[in-house]
Design a protein around this ligand. Sequence first.
Ligand code: ADP
Ligand code: MG
Length: 370
Amino acid sequence: MGQAMIEFHEVTKQYQGGQPAVDALTMSIAEGTITVLVGPSGCGKTTTLRMINRMVEPTSGTITVAGKDVTAVPAAELRRSMGYVMQSAGLLPHRSVLDNIATVPRLNGVSRREARKRAEDLLDVVGLARTLGGRYPSQLSGGQQQRVGVARALAADPPVLLMDEPFSAVDPVVRDELQQELLRLQKDLAKTIVFVTHDIDEATVLGDQVAVFAVGGKLAQYAAPEEILRAPANDFVAGFVGRDRGFRHLGFTASDGVTFHPVPTVIRGADGHSSDPNAADGWQLVVDGDMRPLGWATPGTDADLIPGGSLFHPGESLRRALDAALSSPSGLGVAVDADGRVLGAIRGPEILALIEQARQARQAAVQAAR
Ligand code: ADP
Ligand code: MG
């Protein structure tokens, strides 16, 4: 991993007497990584995040960003130099989506024209249709608003992105989409992202490193997610991670053993009609001329094209393989290569058997370690 981008040294925050909200925090956050701060409500996550951009000032200790003490930079300037996304996207209700995204570049002196052009590009980046640019925030779904929030945070191309429970208010399906989108984005952008959540699953999906906070603002464990699931540092972390962490661990279990089966396909031409080279009774995968999946068809229904489920890419976890199978109307998951071309079908019962094997192997390993 890269060198340190953000460093906390013995940082304490005490609001007004009483217990510290953050207690003698020392931690180093590597450049270009996603670091997730996770823990129960009230354990000091938001306070920690806000001390990075001086929305909150520490009582004692020092914080450096790119080697520079944050108190050496005027607070307003520091704030604008970092992207910030919060739970309610915090969009200005009377400004269009484009103007919301363009806010910080405009404050930085970028011309309106330039800022709006960049805002339009950012709609693509976060997976929103450009036609949404003219709408007002209230005309968007919760998930769309969060995407606008992310676009706005990226608008000035800041090296650091601070995200405070940005996906907590959307439903689980949208949340999963937003998480995958963030991971996809991060592959290209390689920002230093500090992400706050109370959800251990979200933390382990997103984090290169996960910092588990205990009540009283104490850092209980700071490690890679696999390490935290495999070897919780103490009873608090073990309890927080949960009893069923054996299953969560499968999120990291490689899917090498998954078998790709031949799948009956029909090719859809430019005229919208399907040719049917190998007509079969059951489900058929409809593909384009390049063998990219378009959806499913089944004889005996009027439906022309039934939307498919999530796609599976080799190298992903068993959990995602199972997702692909369970979300597919045919019960067959579709595996595709890096270009999106069909590799074959994957079957739910086979994936479940692999999951069971992995679970047993893990249990045996845990027992051997006792
Ligand atoms: P989290 O984000 O993990 O839920 P916070 O950082 O918001 O936790 O809060 C940590 C502790 O500090 C809590 O006990 C909270 O009540 C207290 N706290 C947070 N903000 C303030 C504030 N502005 N004034 C006084 N106490 C605060
Ligand atoms: Mg909070």
